[in-house]
Design a protein around this ligand. Structure first.
Ligand code: SF4
Length: 126
């Protein structure tokens, strides 16, 4: 049987499954129905929440941590990482600020997960 680990909750069930003609024929190991939905999504189009950081200009820190507000298809992750590497945000940045809106038309935003205040000693352009 093939395996996948469900990441929908901290239990992390190890789901074993068999496919026949591309369809799920047998499933074991999921403790709740969400595991089956997760498996179906993984087989159809795997998605992940993307945590990373972006550059901050004029802040107390040079980076601010960010993440996608919901999982996005894995196929978009390399493009998203490239795009986020090019972005520079002017301080201050606050938790929940939208850094990138509607990533690749998925309806998912990239949001700040911490606050970076302005550095009063910084001479960066405002
Ligand atoms: S199958 Fe249910 S209990 Fe198991 S990890 Fe997924 S969500 Fe959690």
């Amino acid at each position: 049987m093939d395996r996948v680990v469900c990441v929908q909750c901290p239990v992390g069930c190890k789901i074993r499954f068999e496919l026949v003609d591309g369809k799920i024929a047998k499933v074991e190991g999921n403790r709740c129905p969400r595991g089956l939905s997760y498996l179906e999504d993984e087989l159809r189009e795997p998605k992940r929440v993307v945590p990373t950081s972006v550059k901050v200009v004029g802040g107390k820190y040079e980076l601010v941590s960010v993440k996608t507000s919901a999982p996005i298809p894995k196929k978009y992750i390399p493009q998203l990482m490239k795009k986020l590497k090019e972005i520079k945000i002017n301080a201050p940045v606050r938790v929940g600020d939208v850094i990138l809106n509607n990533v690749f038309d998925t309806g998912v935003d990239v949001v700040a997960t911490r606050t970076v205040l302005k550095d009063s000693n910084c001479n960066a352009p405002k």
